[in-house]
Design a protein around this ligand. Structure first.
Ligand code: MG
Length: 222
């Protein structure tokens, strides 16, 4: 019943753009985790003559001392400079093979690209997006990073901004992502038709999607 209602609400709208979150939605979080919790502690351990566990402990304390409300927290070069580890961009290139797309991602993008403009609305900073989107970037007409472009997390205001930038009304966009707050409640607050992607089935909400293929089925079935 709920799925039926969703399809009907999509049908009555004039959907032009499908907007995607990146990490946890199209790409696993493995690349970022490898940067923050493997590469940085490894280099820190080498630089200061510590073992990996001690380096990890110190680095976590350092991360916590800044906290995720400060923009520096998201800035990988800030940490490389703070720890005297050299250039982050070169180090990140070494981990390119840790970028893993979910199994259905590329097929879904191919399917949806036939009927819609596709865009990215991510909280990941641009230096990460450069790697995370490398194989799929050609599908997207616009890529927005809330932290790099707007210095904020993904709020309803951020979503209103990106609608204006793309020259579409919020009701003409469908957004999908795995964070209930930033990918569902905030875009919905901006008037966007949003879908929460719950890959692990943790949410009780029957409107949550289990993978991106379900979204493509809903949209192609209009
Ligand atoms: Mg995400």
């Amino acid at each position: 019943m709920l799925q039926f209602k969703l399809v009907m609400s999509i049908e009555t709208n004039d959907i032009k753009v499908i907007s995607f979150d990146v990490e946890g939605t199209m790409v696993t979080t493995g690349f970022s985790a490898a940067i923050w919790f493997e590469m940085i502690p490894q280099r820190y351990a080498r630089r200061y003559g510590l073992d990996f566990d001690e380096a990890t402990k110190r680095i976590r304390q350092e991360y916590d001392s800044v906290g995720d409300r400060q923009l520096e927290w998201y800035d990988v070069q800030y940490w490389f400079t703070r720890f005297d580890l050299g250039r982050a961009d070169i180090a990140m290139e070494e981990l390119q093979d840790r970028v893993i797309y979910y199994p259905e991602t590329k097929e879904v993008l191919n399917r949806l690209a036939r009927d819609y403009k596709l865009s990215v609305a991510s909280g990941s900073p641009r230096p990460f997006l450069k790697h995370l989107l490398r194989d799929i970037e050609h599908h997207f007409s616009d890529v927005f990073s809330s932290t790099s472009d707007f210095k904020q997390v993904k709020t309803a205001d951020f979503y209103k901004h990106i609608c204006r930038r793309m020259g579409v009304e919020p009701r003409q966009i469908v957004h999908v992502g795995d964070n209930r707050q930033f990918d569902f409640l905030e875009p919905a607050g901006a008037g966007i038709c949003a879908f929460h992607l719950d890959r692990e089935g943790k949410s009780n909400d029957p409107a949550s999607l289990r993978d991106l293929a379900q979204l493509a089925d809903l949209l192609n079935g209009r």
